[in-house]
Each structure stands twice: as C-alpha cells, then as structure tokens.
Design a protein around this ligand. Structure first.
Ligand code: ADP
Ligand code: MG
Length: 312
C-alpha cells in the first residue's frame, strides 16, 4: 500500500566531510530509490552536524585572514549546509532514479523551522559546535556576537541553543511537490531556525533544531503515514551496550515513556529519536514510526526489521 513517508537521514548517510558525503550519498540514494520504486511518496530530511560545524569553522578561519569575512549568523550557516547537502543528494537521487527508469524530479527546498523565541533552550545554549578557543579569543568572539562557553577544562567553544520546532514554514510547498509526484529534500539540519517577530517577519535565530524533532513535526503537518528515522543501528535497544542489551521490535507509547524514564535512550542520540517518533505517532490516527539502519530501510518499511513505534 502506498504510504506518505518522511525519511530522516542520520550522520552515517552523509559522512563527515565532502569527499565522504559524495560517496555516501550514492548508497543513500539507492535506499531512498527503493522506497520510491515501491510506490511510496517520500520527503527526504537529513541532519547537518559535521557540515554546519565545517561551515562555521571555515567562516571563522576566513574572518581571521586578510579576507576579514564578517560574522555570519548560525541560521545562515544552516541554510548553507542545506544547500550543499541538498545538492549532493538531489544529484545522486536523480541519477539513481533515472538508472531505474523512474522519471521523477528531485529538488531541495530551503526550509525554515519556526521556534519559540521564549523556548527555555535559548536561556541555556548548550549544544557545542566548532573548534576550541582560548579565553582571550572567546572574549573577542563574544564581542562579535557569539555565545561562548567553557567546555570541561578543554577551552572555550561556541554553543548554540536547540529549541523545539513549532512550525515548518514551507510545509505547503513540500506537500504540493509530493502531490505532484515529485521528491522534495527538506528540513535539512532541522531547518533554518526562525522566530516570529513583529508583523509577518520571521527572523533567523542562533540555534540548531534537532533533525529528528523537525522531521517529526513536518511528518505531522503534511499528514504523513510514516516517519522513518535512518541511523547507524538496526533497532533501538534497552540496556544498550550492556551485557543484557535487548533489541526491540516494537515500542508503544507507554513502554517508550517507561524506558525513557529509566534512562535507556542516550540524550542527544537515541532519546530525541524515540521522543520524536512518539510525538508523531500520537499526533493522529494510524501513524507509525520506524527506527532502523539506512541499509535496512526497504525491509523495515515492509515490516521485516527495525523498531516500530505505534499506538496499540
Ligand atoms: P544520527 O546521526 O543518525 O542522528 P546519533 O549518533 O545521533 O545518529 O544516534 C544514533 C546512535 O545512538 C546509535 O548509533 C547508537 O550508538 C546510539 N544509541 C544510544 N542509545 C541507544 C539505544 N538505547 N539503542 C540503540 N542505539 C542507541
Ligand atoms: Mg543525532
């Protein structure tokens, strides 16, 4: 049965640098094309941790050269990461589809994610990105508008807030492309974080939205049937990495809440995935989420592997 799917790609789908990314997207394109060949409507979403780190580092370094590159806000860095990741993905996916005789256009939608300017995450920017700096450098960067924090005695780092997504600005464009049988790549890196200011103005804000939460929000807003989170593990585990590690085939909301309370899912990696999956399945009837490995996406959507999160 044809499903509307939001596919959230993790770091292993893209690699850690440009060369790795260009190789990795070939395999990633195959996994995405398998779903499209099965007749599903697919929106491709992805993370941007290493990529946005590279962009901010490069711009920071350029600021110290004769080029004296001016301060570029985090929101703009996220938009740049969407552009170059989207380019590689749309290029590879187009080729993979044409090779299979599937003539469907693929395009990247530069996507803005609305966050609440009063989100408590802004009071405690905690996500470190980029390089380490000395105290003197950190002071100078703070004067240029960066939030800087001492990181466990190792030096100072730039930190950004990670607020929750409340709206996806381009959701109707994304839905229109799906309706037309086309393939959007969207909410890259969780989307460009913007907040509502006066009138109709949306202003970029210094943050990185979690890609799993943003993908779940998009899935909810476009009425998707499934949210598929592709990461480096085939299933979610309890007692992860311990001798009594147990891989889960299914999670219902009550079980997921209990395991979260017991601390089974690591903060910043598996926990946001489980929370995002839960939020999506509880947002409407007949919504399912799947957490599995990139290479297992096809089997996963057929119900053969992965951890399924659904209401019972
Ligand atoms: P991504 O780039 O796909 O978001 P992350 O590294 O953020 O990947 O999250 C996936 C990782 O979470 C897995 O590779 C695994 O090492 C880790 N992890 C933490 N807790 C668990 C758990 N309970 N079950 C499975 N994996 C877990
Ligand atoms: Mg992650």
């Amino acid at each position: 049965m044809k499903q509307r799917i939001v596919l959230a790609l993790g770091g292993n789908a893209l690699g850690d640098n440009l060369h790795e990314q260009m190789l990795a997207v070939r395999g990633t394109a195959k996994a995405i094309a398998d779903l499209i060949a099965d007749g599903h409507e697919v929106v491709v979403a992805h993370g941007n941790g290493p990529q946005v780190g590279m962009i901010t580092l490069a711009l920071e370094a350029a600021g110290k050269t004769a080029a004296k590159t001016p301060y570029i806000p985090m929101s703009v860095c996220v938009s740049m990461s969407q552009g170059y990741i989207g380019y590689d993905l749309q290029n590879a996916l187009r080729e993979e589809l044409l090779n299979r005789g599937i003539d469907k256009p693929v395009a990247t939608i530069i996507t803005q994610t609305v966050v609440d300017g009063d989100d408590p995450a802004f009071l405690d920017p905690s996500k470190p990105i980029g390089a380490f700096y000395t105290e003197a450098e950190a002071k100078e960067m703070a004067a240029r508008g960066y939030d800087m924090k001492e990181d466990a005695g190792r030096g100072y780092r730039r930190v950004v807030a990670s607020p929750m997504p409340i709206d996806i600005v381009e959701k109707d464009v994304i839905a229109a492309l799906l309706h037309a049988g086309q393939i959007p790549i969207a909410v890259g890196g969780g989307g460009i974080p913007v907040k509502q200011v006066e009138g109709n103005r949306l202003k970029g804000t210094s943050a990185v939205v979690d890609k799993d939460f943003a993908s779940a929000k998009l899935a909810e807003m476009i009425g998707a049937d499934a949210l598929i989170i592709l990461t480096a593990v085939e299933k979610v585990a309890i007692n992860f990495g311990k001798p009594d590690e147990t891989w889960l085939d299914q999670l219902d909301p009550a079980m997921a809440e209990r395991y979260m309370a017991e601390g089974h899912f690591a903060k910043g990696s598996m926990r946001p995935k489980v929370e995002a999956a839960l939020g999506f399945v509880q947002s409407g009837p007949n919504r399912r989420a799947l957490i599995t490995k990139l290479e297992k996406a096809k089997e996963g959507i057929r119900g053969e592997t992965g951890t399924v999160i659904m209401n019972n």
